[in-house]
Design a protein around this ligand. Structure first.
Ligand code: SAH
Ligand code: SF4
Length: 362
């Protein structure tokens, strides 16, 4: 078993202490009680933070001044903010209180539905070591605490244009940080907070099978996306070391169980890499694997990485792959990563910031 597995098993021990933003109303009630305040003040703090999105205590006008002075909200600091040329996508590089850097992305649709989707990170780095992923190649630093996850969403929520959807597809493996990810989801859907619908939240995983079963039993209607990327175990294990522990058959069984328990159709992410997993034979193998399952495949042409041997296929190859899946009865769409001009793919902005710093003499 590779050495990095240690990080996955022990990752829960490297979660920072609970922040105010990561607390439920009843926990805030208890906390303010220890300060000699009436319990309802705790619920007011929750509402200021999560409903009104006020993260600066001096602006929490519902609270008495003495209480505002007691409160300290642990917040991240904005390092860089980039906007795509089409104005629809923006990306934030955030520095956490201990110096770790994470990314969050805002994606707006041009359609009239006003959909605003935030892509959040759940860990600083990632221990899963997928070969095509910039974050995975960085390695793992620590889990994010629930408040650090929720803050990424609140930063983009505006009264005139509220967040409508959240995807757990940023840096990190959400199911390797299970407890904080679940807490963040429950905070996001809380009726006294942002009140997002669970069905508007999608969690993407590289395939931690026991945690998929656990998630299925939570009674939440969260969407599940599975990062598949290969239709046979030999290739998938090379691309994604997690496959050596939970091979494709076990992963698909878990996806089936998730669908049965939640009624939510599972989607599969398949990153297309030239001459690696993009041939007609690969498409046919994928179609055989998914035949008869109610699912959807998102085909994502590879975003640039540090590895010179990995390339995105041509658009005509990607279209041929998609057509072959569809002909075989598998629903598939090509998802062009929006905001390429702002390094919107996972881990790229942090990498460029690191390079920029290295290029500047001290
Ligand atoms: N750790 C989780 C969620 C974060 S990664 C997971 O792996 O599912 C979000 C998605 O981006 C995953 O489907 C991942 O495989 C994909 N991804 C990572 N690096 C990529 C790259 N260079 N190009 C295209 N997709 C990539
Ligand atoms: Fe981690 Fe997901 Fe990147 Fe794999 S693709 S290294 S699981 S963030």
């Amino acid at each position: 078993m590779p050495a990095w597995w240690g990080h996955v098993w022990h990752s829960s021990s490297v979660t920072p202490p609970r922040t105010l933003l990561g607390m439920f109303p009843h926990e805030l009630e208890e906390l303010v009680g220890t300060w000699g305040e009436r319990a309802y003040r705790g619920r007011q703090i929750f509402s200021e933070l999560h409903r009104r999105g006020v993260l600066d205590p001096s602006l929490m006008t519902d609270l008495p001044v003495r209480l505002r002075r007691c409160i300290e909200v642990t917040r991240s600091e904005e390092v860089r903010r980039l906007h795509s040329l089409d104005g629809l996508t923006s990306k934030l590089l955030l520095r956490l209180h201990d110096g770790q850097q994470i990314e969050a992305v805002e994606m707006n649709t041009a359609r009239a539905d006003g959909r605003k989707t935030i892509c959040v990170s759940t860990q600083a780095g990632c221990a899963m070591a997928c070969v095509f992923c910039v974050t995975g190649q960085f390695g793992f630093a620590r889990n994010l605490e629930a408040g650090e996850i929720v803050e990424q969403v609140l930063r983009f929520n505006e009264p005139s244009h509220r967040v409508t959807n959240v995807v757990f597809m940023g840096m990190g493996e959400p199911l390797a940080n299970y407890d904080e990810t679940l807490r963040a989801i429950r905070l996001l859907i809380h009726p006294e907070g942002l009140r997002l619908g669970a069905r508007r939240i999608t969690l993407s995983t590289s395939g931690l099978v026991p945690q998929i079963h656990r998630l299925a039993a939570e009674g939440l209607q969260v969407g599940l996306a599975i990062s598949l990327h290969a239709a046979n175990d030999e290739l998938r294990s090379r691309l994604m070391p997690v496959n050596r522990r939970w091979p494709i058959a076990e992963l698909l069984d878990a996806a089936e169980a998730y669908f049965k328990q939640t009624g939510r159709r599972v989607s599969y992410e398949y990153t297309l890499m030239a001459d690696m997993n993009d041939s007609d034979a690969d498409a046919d193998a994928l179609a055989r694997l998914l035949a008869g399952r109610l699912c959807h495949v998102n085909l994502i042409p590879l975003n640039p990485t540090e590895d010179p041997s990995l390339h995105a296929p041509s658009m005509s190859r990607a279209l041929a792959f998609e057509a072959r899946l569809r002909r075989a009865g598998v629903a598939a769409t090509i998802r062009i990563n929006r905001g390429r001009d702002i390094l919107a793919a996972c881990g790229q902005l942090r990498l460029s910031e690191k390079r920029r710093r290295e290029a500047v003499p001290a």
